[in-house]
Write a protein that binds this ligand. Sequence first.
Ligand SMILES: Nc1nc2c(ncn2[C@@H]2O[C@H](COP(=O)(O)OP(=O)(O)OP(=O)(O)O)[C@@H](O)[C@H]2O)c(=O)[nH]1
Ligand SMILES: [Mg+2]
Length: 201
Amino acid sequence: MKITSTAFVKSSFSEQDWPRVGLPEVAFLGRSNVGKSSLINSLLGVKGLARTSSTPGRTQALNFFLINRRFHFVDLPGYGYARVPRAIRESWGEIVTTYLAKRESLVLSIQIVDSRHDPSKLDLQLREWLTAYGKPHLTVATKSDKLSQNELRKSIGRAREILGASASGGEVVAYSAVTGYGRERVWRAIEEAITVSHSPS
Ligand SMILES: Nc1nc2c(ncn2[C@@H]2O[C@H](COP(=O)(O)OP(=O)(O)OP(=O)(O)O)[C@@H](O)[C@H]2O)c(=O)[nH]1
Ligand SMILES: [Mg+2]
């Protein structure tokens, strides 16, 4: 997809705060520090639109970005960071699951995992939740630049095995925000999700 414009819309801490427009939305979710914000910047070919950090838990709100004036990317807070106090962890769950469950314009959830490690229990739980709710989703295994081709092939195979088959998508795609590896495939999935959401039924 040709990117003609990107803009930060807002950070939302509660449902009342979500943008009202009904543009299709693609959400990015995964463990803290896994590379969600980097994936967004890399897909868009921009630096620093979504804030990245080597400190886990940097993104605490839902951050909305407007792309080509046509659809939204939503950078969700990361889960599973142990040093975050329990109260915040619980509010994370509520903020994110409320968004995922209620947002009608959500057309695709992109779950990001680290290609160097097996998907965690939380990754699996989230995936099961998305499947149970019939939410179209895709898994992106990022930081693939840190692995050899051979290691990567094995790790993608493992991730597919652990996450299992899913009725609402759930393909596992290798990615690198450093080299742009996997970019085409992820964009194809996004375009398809956006187009499907806009075709007359
Ligand atoms: N080598 C490599 N490093 C990456 C890649 N993607 C992200 N990183 C690094 O991983 C760290 C975390 O990236 P972020 O994009 O901030 O991660 P996040 O998931 O948005 O983190 P939170 O918002 O804190 O949950 C940063 O130091 C990035 O530079 C990648 O594909 N390859
Ligand atoms: Mg982030």
